[in-house]
Design a protein. Sequence first.
Length: 283
Amino acid sequence: MFLAIVLVIIAIGSVIFHIWTPWWATEIASNWGSIDDAISITFWITGVAYVVIILFMAYCIWRYRYRPDRRADYEPENNKLEWWLTWVTAAGVVGLLTPGLLAWNDFVTVPEDATELEVVGKQWEWNYRLPGKDGKLGTTSIKFINDDNPFGINPKDPNGKDDVLIEGDDLHLPMDQPVKFLLRSIDVLHDFYVPEFRAKMDLVPGMVTFFWLTPIRTGKFDVLCAELCGVGHHVMRSTVVVDDKAGYQKWLSGQETFATLYPKAADATQVAQKKSASGKAIR
Ligand SMILES: [Cu+2]
């Protein structure tokens, strides 16, 4: 009896804690309401199952408690019960999977009018690269990475010269404009996560991952690293500022490009000379 009461208290306590929880989701700042909906549906399905199973356990403990005059029945088959268990479980699993799969399909289907930007993660800071006036990001390779070219931009690619580089500083985004994030890591696994955007994605060394979003309100939001990436993981922070169109243009015009920040590395002829002088191939 005592155990049955404890189980009922756990079930009721969990529901009360949910209503009075001190942990609330932050106000959403992107188009990804469908991700919030998927989480809510998951919560309701698993929450109802949790309460029902705990109360059922409490009921069974009380109803079938030991009595010397009672014997257990042998009942290996019960088609009706199996039918219910199978189909209720199947409906639950479909309900858990469907909203997430639909949201994921949107998450990786980038709209045509999205502008690109690159997030470069390294132990333990966030750097960003935006296309310059040409609207194109220059190609990159790890073989170009050095102190004069921390992003590894190809010096022979004309598209890279005007790329805007943001090193360890705030990233700004214009409101209501879809953005495709291209994510790259130059050392270990990281994960770009802005809770208010409801969006996160791993940065995997050796490949470029992506996702997209449209910021729907202005404000200042924390960027966190959501993948344990070494002793500095907890300080791998940055800030995203969502501006109105005018504010964004003003910020953008004050930023440095690859050519202005690293004139030596951005000069393809210099690289060619260096190649012949040292004999080392820098392609
Ligand atoms: Cu990290």
